[in-house]
Design a protein around this ligand. Structure first.
Ligand SMILES: Cc1cc2nc3c(=O)[nH]c(=O)nc-3n(C[C@H](O)[C@H](O)[C@H](O)COP(=O)(O)O)c2cc1C
Length: 361
């Protein structure tokens, strides 16, 4: 059996002494009707509070940032109160929780947008994915390009959501700049065809993400802000002509702002997807803060990566769906529950809060 004691050591993250190096990866679960977090969500996150850090599911920063029904937001008093019940439940179990801030950009549909408007994007480049809407899963609508004058408003939405996160009792925020959503759409040249200061060079394409990070760090303090990127994940048709240059530029800009962590989805997440070559070791070496590695890590791979200093913490996604007590299971070398793919995004309690704990399995 692999000695996993190094993974279970406490680690400092900004102001926090985390219990271990294990992170619950952000996962959309579609259990917040009306975009308001509820008691069931509180129970789900509290069950997983033995992780060193929980990062919540993607959470919309504004009505315009929504792309899926039944996923939560953080722009109303009701949502802040709903999240407060979640953070209280996690803190009661001595856990730490950051909220992942999300603007879906072009990955949305007119029927979930305020006033039935077109979703927004850097440029008019439609996405081929589908949104969850009240009428079922529908092809993303053709987006409109954001005007230059609208960009400070987008930054303002992130800033306000970060302030709301603190009001809701979160320990910090993670800015979602990966997986093909708005900030990623600005980063990549496949979706960003702008000719103004936010398009063209890698430097310009990183501008919006860096402005958002700066604004959020001003609200929360940089040691309570992390950022997630996915340099070679083709999710939502994302690709870039030179990802090494783009993400080196991005990380150089991030170092000036000094977020507490960089959370990296290494490679493609879809099973069987082609893996694009990319030097993640170099990216890790460029970043001055904590590096959280994700995607397909097993406990053994994480222990090895830690020994080789290629990452500081490890985010587990799919393992956490079915194993609320993942840390305890890894500690004693127990088997992991398999997850039910049918209930990932539907099912209420089923496939959400009813996976057995080791003690009761
Ligand atoms: C059901 C499900 C929902 C997900 N939702 C999100 C999300 O809201 N935000 C995000 O950044 N990644 C999301 N992901 C990706 C995971 O955070 C993670 O990157 C991916 O599962 C790979 O990690 P793993 O191999 O440990 O599962 C989701 C993954 C799954 C399985």
């Amino acid at each position: 059996m692999t000695d996993i004691s190094s993974l279970l050591e406490p680690v400092r993250l900004g102001p926090y002494a985390l219990k271990n190096r294990i992170v619950m990866s952000p996962m959309t679960r579609n259990r917040s009707p009306g975009a308001v977090p509820n008691q069931l969500n509180a129970q789900y996150y509290a069950q997983r509070a033995s992780a060193g850090l929980i990062v919540t599911e993607s959470t919309a920063i504004s009505p315009q940032g929504l792309g899926w029904i039944d996923s939560p937001g953080l722009y109303s008093g009701e949502q802040i109160a709903g999240w407060r019940a979640v953070t209280d439940a996690v803190h009661a179990r001595d856990g730490r929780i950051f909220v992942q801030l999300w603007h879906t950009g072009r990955c949305s549909h007119v029927c979930v947008q305020p006033g039935g408007q077109a979703p927004v994007a850097p440029s008019v480049v439609p996405s081929r994915g589908r949104s969850r809407t009240p009428a079922g899963r529908l092809e993303h609508s053709v987006p409109r390009a954001l005007e230059l004058e609208e960009l400070p408003g987008i930054v303002g939405q992130y800033r306000q959501a970060a302030a709301n996160a603190l009001a809701a009792g979160f320990d910090g925020v993670e800015v979602h700049a990966g997986n093909g959503y708005l900030l990623d759409q600005f980063l990549r040249d496949c979706t960003n065809r702008r000719t103004d200061a936010y398009g063209g060079s890698a430097h310009n394409r990183c501008r919006l993400m860096l402005e958002v990070l700066r604004a959020v760090a001003q609200e929360c303090g940089c040691d309570r802000v992390g950022v997630r990127i996915s340099p070679t994940n083709p999710h939502h048709d994302m690709v870039d002509s030179d990802p090494e240059n783009l993400f080196s530029t991005a990380v150089a800009g991030l170092n000036d702002i000094a977020p507490v962590y960089l959370h990296v989805v290494e490679g493609a997440t879809a099973p069987g997807a082609a893996q694009i070559p990319f030097d993640y070791g170099k990216l890790r070496a460029l970043f001055s803060g904590i590096y959280i590695a994700n995607n397909g890590y097993t406990c053994e791979r994480a222990v090895e990566a830690l020994a080789q200093h290629t990452a500081d913490m490890f985010a587990f996604g799919r393992f956490y769906v079915a194993n609320p007590d993942l840390v305890e299971r890894l500690r004693v070398g127990a088997c992991l529950n398999p997850f039910d793919p049918e209930t990932l995004y539907d099912g209420g309690v089923r496939g959400y809060t009813d996976y057995p704990l080791l003690a009761t399995a």
